[in-house]
Design a protein. Sequence first.
Length: 182
Amino acid sequence: MSLPGSAGLPPLAGEDHVCNVCGMSYAGTELEAAVLALRAVPADVRAAALAVPDALRRVRPEPATWSVVEYACHVRDVFVSFTIRLHRISTEDVPALEPMFADLRAERFRYNDADLGSVLAELDAYVAGFLDEIAVTTGWDRTATRRPGELRTARWLVRHGLHEGRHHVRDIAAVGRAVAGS
């Protein structure tokens, strides 16, 4: 798996993004609905991950596709990162957000060796922390950037967090099906 530098970062989804895989529409997702849906993400990740037999949870269906445990770790880290990002958007003027470097994290922090039960418990706490930060946020039109010219609002970050959770639940289920069929 390649470990890209910041020059190789793909662009963030736009404020009006509609996912062609899971169908989520950012513009069509009201903030209140996103908050309610975010509460379900930890249970959804847990259900999808635990539906895969234990012996298969660390198997990658192909070298460039994460395992169930790696996806669960990524979703956990999305919410810790997004909590900090939302706080920075609320307290700084147009902060430049550090990329997550997801593949680098997966490799360096040995996601595939993580204890799934601990990861799922941390996911509960990290989503709760994100929801706490959402509750104290008032400047929904405040912006941040990650790449030059790439402004995104605080509202977008909440929608994007929901999309990350929902989309990766689908990925976890797909990986489970792929490794069970191999």
